[in-house]
Write a protein that binds this ligand. Structure first.
Ligand code: SF4
Ligand code: SF4
Length: 84
């Protein structure tokens, strides 16, 4: 029995998983961030970029709203806000 097959390698960049979000999205408050990059490491979509509180952000085209970045942030500098 075969599982799901990925016919074209590297196709994930074309699959904008942002449409998977149903009710909330992360908001980077950019106040207490210490640039630890734990949120970048934990994000299953690898859609968070940046290196300090001024630049840290995520690409909502790919963020699926799992909330892991919010859970891992040691400074509580990311919150989930209602999808508009
Ligand atoms: S909510 Fe999930 S997918 Fe979105 S940026 Fe945070 S860790 Fe990544
Ligand atoms: S986990 Fe929090 S403190 Fe660390 S880089 Fe991300 S936003 Fe900044």
């Amino acid at each position: 029995m075969f599982g799901p097959l990925i016919a074209k390698p590297g196709s994930s960049q074309h699959n904008k998983t942002g449409s998977w979000r149903i009710k909330s999205r992360p908001k980077f408050l950019k106040k207490e961030c210490i640039g630890c990059k734990l949120c970048i490491l934990v994000c299953p979509e690898s859609c968070i970029t940046g290196s300090d509180k001024d630049t840290i952000n995520c690409d909502l085209d790919y963020c699926k709203g799992c909330g892991l970045c919010v859970k891992i942030c040691p400074k509580k500098d990311i919150i989930m806000e209602e999808e508009r």
